[in-house]
Design a protein around this ligand. Sequence first.
Ligand code: NAD
Length: 483
Amino acid sequence: MSVTVLQNFIDGEFVNSVNTGQYIDSHNPATGKVHVKIPDSTKADVNNAVEAAQAAFKTWSKLPRTRRSNFLYRIADILESRLKEFAEAEVRDQGKTITFATNVDINRSVYNFRYFAGHVLHAEEKVGQLDGVAMSYVQRWPVGVAGLISPWNLPLYLLTWKIAPCIASGNTCVCKPSEFTSLTAYMLCSVFKEAGLPNGVVNMVFGSGQSAGEALVTHPNVPLISFTGGTVTGKHIMASSVKHMKKLSLELGGKNANIIFDDCNFEQAVETSIRSSFWNQGEICLCGSRIFVQETIYQKFLDAFIPKARDLVVGDPNDSKTFVGALNNLKHMEKVLMYIDLARQEGGVIECGGSRKILQGELSEGYFVEPTVITGLPPTSRVAQEEIFGPVVTVHPFTDEQQAIDYANDSPYGLSCSVWSENDRRARRVSESIQVGTVWVNCWLIRDLRMPFGGTKASGLGREGADYSMDFFTELKTICLAN
Ligand code: NAD
């Protein structure tokens, strides 16, 4: 298989890293073979990218919003015309299935640009009259050069969710995609070129978090950092950026509860729980990895859920029949398997799965893990408390509404939750008692981009989405005019 060697994208040009000849190997998770080499960029590369972004900011920030919006529409159109190519690359790089990459990752990446292209044209500003005394209005302006740092689970989707509002509102940026999944970000740079995006508006520096990431976070001329990734890294970034008092948006880990009452639409709850447990190999921060089922239907739920989990097709990510592809990287797979072992040690019952899956032929060294359902563990066990981020769920019985709420809230995280009940009042009562950023009632993963998205507790700081992203990427000034 041929190996793609990436270059950084700085000031509208593909350039080698200053750290000449130093690369990080990136593996195709389905084969375990190296398929991309990523420049191991250093502080000097980040400095060059920030300089280019600062220069571009002078004109980009002054461009009328209609013109900025047109660039975003153009980027969306070009990306859409190359959807298949991008989806196939995301599969090779991330391990996810082609169905998911096409319908979710790349489709949504296109929409991210289109959405913010429209939003920036239609956003309303606040104006207030104060009892004939004065009139106030809000002036909004872009902050400067943003550092955008993204993880490996939804590589292009999450990066474009940051780039689109960042540049729509007049900022420029330096991006640092995950070293495990940099390929589609690299390809996106060719879309920027084709769209005629002015040089330096988006710059891409590839490499490790410790080198390129750290240099971006500590750079004095990068006043805002938007980060999606793990909680440990988020805390570290928060500490590193304190010196320059940067604006921070942190979208971090989760350990989300899926609460199933006995008055739910049972078929729907089971079907959706299969998706919320195992979609994208469980590598979505919003997956419902703790399933709480009312004791009256606990056994019925297990009898329906476990055979479906066991029957999910784990295999070639390029086969449209595959439901569970490969985990993203070797270290991550080992972490997931370690948690399954820990579940055994903690006294859990592995109801299905529980092992690495070895496939045949060129996939024999791929990072595949069987969908795993674990029962018999207390909600306080480590396996039920710590983020696993793989195709592994624990199922626990609960007695009543209050116990379900207590279990769901007994977590260091607070990203999302699903509640299943046909009793609207109960669903509302429970939803309003859960300490998370998003609650889905009788559904999962429906996203309305106008709504705030983010987490409480160890799941992060700040909110993304429509006006919330705009608030992050702009400064607000109140101007008060006396009558
Ligand atoms: P990670 O924290 O290891 O890495 C994320 C990014 O941060 C990568 O680009 C990495 O290179 C960079 N990084 C690492 N150390 C850094 C440092 N010291 N300074 C600057 N950058 C640094 O996370 P991951 O393993 O790539 O992603 C998985 C995690 O992301 C999970 O915890 C998951 O829940 C979380 N996640 C959260 C959301 C959300 O919206 N809340 C969405 C997706 C993923």
